[in-house]
Design a protein around this ligand. Structure first.
Ligand SMILES: Cc1ncc(COP(=O)(O)O)c(C=O)c1O
Length: 364
């Protein structure tokens, strides 16, 4: 909720729209408006398809990549989360060349047997997989800034290296920007890092709080989707007018008010404040931040991948979480989540948060 909860312009847009019908099972002009704004903003998007969640976006993007390449295998990164798609629920943290082992009950091993796992920020693990599986790999899916193992920025050359390797091996590069889309910059991570994926998945911000997802990319690939192509995808509620109204209003407000410089400043204030308080208390920590995504790992190790993230003292995080909650600050309830600063957070909110951090650290 980059604009905070119940932003008046979004409340108004949804109210006005619901009075005119909530669902038609067919595209509306709003879906076209949204598609145009997404394609105008994200450099890699030539065509886009709306869906109802981030999970649907990644699931459909992967089916499309497989249909387009005629290949079966996909690569994800350990600690990367792309929604609850069967094939993507492989044990986070598995070794670079380990074949997928399901991470959830109810997922037969056969469903993940074509999912490979690599180490984030480590191109050698991708090279190993490409050498071993050569022309069997349909897609590499990556969060351009990892946000589901805490926040882990891509190291210099990592995203560029993925781009180069995918182009060379005929692999579809999918950026999962469900979290980073319109969050780390209006143009999303692909603009911030100037790397163009073949397909992009979106969600969260583009729905303004209503259920939404989208995937899009190169026209040549997108034209393989039904009804133009043979890869089936459809959804009764996709692009429904309420989600589109909330999303369009969110994007319009972001564009008009450009909160990004202030988000950067406020997030730096909060992140640096937490870092200093932990240093003062002499507790092992490693703080990361990209724009308004931030994380404090309770570890002394620099964190560049899931193996590093797992060196964190989760018991200490649990105490930290409880202490913050007691003081009225509800953090994401896991060491392996990102925190977000929104445009609605005031200087007072940030200072109150830092006061709560100080008091909590004194007791853990
Ligand atoms: C990077 C990323 N991809 C996909 C998803 C799944 O999105 P949804 O929860 O809307 O299905 C999430 C959700 O947190 C996410 O962070």
């Amino acid at each position: 909720m980059i604009l905070g909860h119940a932003h008046p312009a979004i409340v108004y847009a949804v109210r006005e729209r619901v009075a005119r019908g909530a669902s038609f099972g067919a595209p509306t002009i709003l879906e076209i408006e949204m598609a145009e704004e997404l394609c105008d903003t994200l450099p890699s998007l030539e065509m886009v398809r709306m869906v109802n969640s981030g999970t649907e976006a990644t699931m459909s993007a992967i089916r499309l990549a497989r249909g387009y390449t005629g290949r079966k295998k996909i690569v994800k990164f350990a600690g990367g989360y792309h929604g609850h798609v069967d094939a993507l629920l492989i044990e986070a943290g598995s070794g670079a060349t380990t074949l997928g082992v399901p991470d959830s009950a109810g997922v037969p091993p056969e469903f993940t047997s074509n999912t490979l796992s690599a180490e984030y920020n480590d191109l050698s693990t991708i090279d190993e997989l490409i050498n071993r599986f050569d022309s069997e790999i349909a897609a590499i899916i990556v969060e351009p800034v990892a946000g589901n193992m805490g926040t882990i920025p891509p190291q210099a050359g990592f995203l560029e290296g993925l781009r180069e390797r995918c182009t060379k091996a005929g692999i579809v590069l999918i950026f999962d920007e469900v979290m980073t889309g319109f969050r780390v910059a209006y143009g999303s991570a692909q603009t911030l890092y100037n790397v163009k994926p073949d397909l992009t998945c979106l969600g969260k911000i583009i729905g303004g709080g209503l259920p939404v997802g989208a995937f899009g990319g190169r026209r040549e690939i997108m034209e393989h989707l039904a009804p133009l192509g043979a890869v089936y995808q459809a959804g009764t509620l996709s692009g429904n007018p309420l989600a589109m109204a909330a999303g369009i209003e969110t994007l319009r407000t972001l564009k008009k008010e450009n909160p990004y410089p202030r988000l950067e400043e406020n997030s730096a204030y909060l992140g640096d404040g937490i870092n200093s308080l932990l240093t003062e208390r002499d507790l092992p920590h490693y703080c990361t931040r990209v724009g308004s995504m931030l994380c404090t790992f309770f570890t002394a190790t620099p964190v560049h991948n899931f193996v590093d993230a797992k060196t964190s003292d989760c018991a200490r995080f649990t105490k930290f979480f409880a202490g913050m909650l007691k003081r009225g600050i509800y953090l994401a309830p896991s060491q392996f989540e990102s925190g977000f600063v929104s445009a609605a957070h005031s200087q007072d909110d940030l200072d109150l948060t830092l006061d709560a951090v100080k008091a909590t650290l004194a007791e853990i």
